[in-house]
Design a protein around this ligand. Sequence first.
Ligand code: MEV
Length: 441
Amino acid sequence: MTTSVSGFSKLNKSEKIDWILNHYFPNHKPEYRGILEQYWNTDNQLQQLHDEFIENTITNYYLPFGVAPNFLINNQVYTIPMAIEESSVVAAASKAAKFWFDRGGFKAEVLSTTKIGQVHFMYKGNLKKLQTYFEAIKPKLIEDCKPITKNMENRGGGILDIVLVDQTEHLANYYQLHATFDTLDAMGANFINSCLEQFSKTFKHGALAYNAFTSAEANIDIVMSILSNYVPECLVRAEVSCPVEDLKNGNIEGEAFANKFIQAVKIAEIEPYRAVTHNKGIMNGIDAVVLATGNDFRAIEAGVHAYASKNGRYSSLTHASVEHGIFKFWIEIPLALGTVGGLTGLHPLVKLALEMLNTPSAKELMKIVAVAGLAQNFGALRSLTTTGIQQGHMKMHLMNILNQFNANADEKRILAAQFKATTVSHSAVVEALENLRLHRE
Ligand code: MEV
């Protein structure tokens, strides 16, 4: 197809599906219509809710929603909801949670909660004059936002500060209004962006009326106003610790386990190729909880990876040490999360997930999510430095392979038992299934 389609968004859902089927599946229309329709919800109201989340919805895309129990965090027990498709993630989280449950659990604390937004603008003129103008207009920037900030301020949040930043060293004529916010339990994207757009209007109009500016100076050119997903001042720390001997793992002594584990973390600290995979494993846990609780995992991903590069070289988000016989493993990570607004009040599963976590504040959710990331990384490193990752991974993957070959319940039961004792590989499972079917014919 080389032509574009116009007016697609104006078609109703059934017309959109017809268009897709006609263009892409003309020879399989009933079959492909069936695939799309089988994911529709029978509850029309719930389906309509999903239809209206985005434009051009034609069906729903399901992810498994699982739970990892036994997370002891600051002496409180949580069952953590996780939305993820990757086979071994929930199993690994649950295993790590149980391991640390018996060793004092996780400790977590929020270090800071400041969020950031910027108005990016171009100014051709004298810097001193711009600085003087900024100081004069700053109270009005805040005042004009009152209709937006009033409720947030009543609850204890709002605009923290606005500073003028000179970026002309990097890009000619480029300056910023760099603003900081406390958005309490809201992720705050809408709040911050609304404030920023108001700042830009007040700032631009004020310049036109500012007597000290020449006409070229008064003509401030606003490029854009947008929050930043880089939130190095919205930080949470989670950690686990125990005496080294308590790390004894099967026939591996605690000290040997700790040494190898710490080496694995050090490698991720200094080697970016490894650090990316190491951090990907952390994000397996983090994204799954972020998604289950209705937060924006793309924002979290972007902010976390930028933070992992904050010293100019991409590095591990977790760290480990042994001091005076105590093993310590911790993560420090920026997480701008919300527990009110957005999907949190709209999506029935998100509401359930948050209630299961005792309706946490944003700060509490930051701790839970950081712990999920730390636990996931502990699970991955424990496997990698002992048995290797494939043993556990392929055991979980077994069901995926069996489903791919339409194994029935009986076949699944027999082969799950058979592969308890043998190594799972794609070819071994296919061969075993074929053998089973041959002998049952
Ligand atoms: C797989 O999704 C995640 C791991 O690769 C993480 C890691 O290597 O640390 C197992």
